[in-house]
Design a protein around this ligand. Structure first.
Ligand code: HH2
Length: 290
């Protein structure tokens, strides 16, 4: 893919080391979503078998995914927390298999320190910390594992987060939260250059909050850490297009391209082929406008 040239793209320093691999974030990257849960909002129950999970991951890599994010606990609005043993049983065999068979890095989407440890032991080389390492023991676990960590903003808990979320200034508050969590991670021993930020689109946010975060993404990019953004198939796409979950690929890809043009380095996507095409167009246009 063409090198980035958009005026909003941040200088994020060195390429990201993910295990033995290196991700040059000057080119936008796609994180393919693989939920091995019965209840994820868009792909729940579809990839819970080992072979189905592997097949799905392979297809996403073929379509252009640069890493695969494995999740064993849904964080959709209203989701019920999953016990540690259950989450381990869901994700560890899948991560083991993907890490040994895929040509790309594998990340683990979790809040639990025990899952982080077992996942890295099984071959994961990145932690997608959807509560920004606020679970007890998670900061220490992340520091000891020595892999990059994505710190995501969430207001409240999945079970209740969409009940009237409020902010005085959503961008300022999300930014301050991420900076505070990065400081906590650094104090625990996570190297500053191993931290990525994610505004957590849809996590305790109204449509207006989500749109404002996406429009003002350059302000978050200026915080100096690579930005991860997940819009894929989310409610905002449904609200804006009127489309059901299975018909949100185009809307999601357009939103991902917009996020990249505004400074996102990694986009989290279910529909990888559509997203890859959209990013290619967005980056080619960004280069034109230099
Ligand atoms: N969104 C979801 C889950 N994990 N991680 C990051 N870093 N950013 C996101 O926006 C994000 C995330 C929710 O989407 P999905 O995984 O498809 O659904 P569920 O939580 O129901 O499994």
């Amino acid at each position: 893919m063409e090198r980035a040239a958009g005026r909003h793209r941040p200088q994020t320093g060195d390429p990201l080391k993910v295990g033995a691999r290196t991700l040059d974030l000057a080119t936008p990257r796609i994180m393919g979503v693989l939920n091995v849960t019965p209840d994820s909002f868009s792909d729940g129950g579809r990839f819970t078998g080992l072979d189905a999970a592997l097949e799905r991951a392979r297809a996403m890599v073929e379509e252009g995914a640069d890493l695969i994010d494995v999740g064993g606990e849904s964080t959709r609005p209203g989701a019920v927390p999953v016990a540690e043993g259950e989450e381990l049983a869901r994700v560890i065999p899948v991560i083991e298999r993907l890490a040994s068979e895929l040509p790309v890095a594998v990340s683990v989407d979790t809040r639990k320190p025990a899952v982080m440890r077992a996942a890295v032991d099984a071959g994961a080389t990145m932690i997608n910390a959807v509560d920004a390492l606020r679970t007890e023991g998670a900061l220490t676990a992340a520091a000891s594992l020595g892999v990059p960590v994505c710190l995501m903003h969430m207001q409240g808990e999945p079970a209740t987060m969409q009940r009237e979320p409020r902010y005085a200034d959503v961008v300022a508050e999300v930014g301050a939260f991420l900076v505070e969590r990065a400081r906590a991670a650094e104090q625990a021993g996570v190297p500053a250059d191993a931290v990525l930020f994610d505004p957590g689109i849809g996590f305790g946010k109204t449509l207006a909050h989500n749109l404002e975060l996406l429009r003002r993404l350059p302000e978050l990019a200026r915080l100096g850490r690579p930005l991860v953004v997940g819009v894929s198939r989310k409610r905002l796409i449904g609200d804006l297009t009127g489309r059901p979950l299975e018909a949100r690929a185009v809307g999601s890809a357009v939103a991902a391209a917009f996020a990249v043009a505004r400074g996102a380095c990694i986009v989290r996507a279910h529909d990888v082929a559509a997203t890859r095409d959209a990013l290619r167009i967005a980056m080619a246009l960004a280069q034109e406008s230099r």
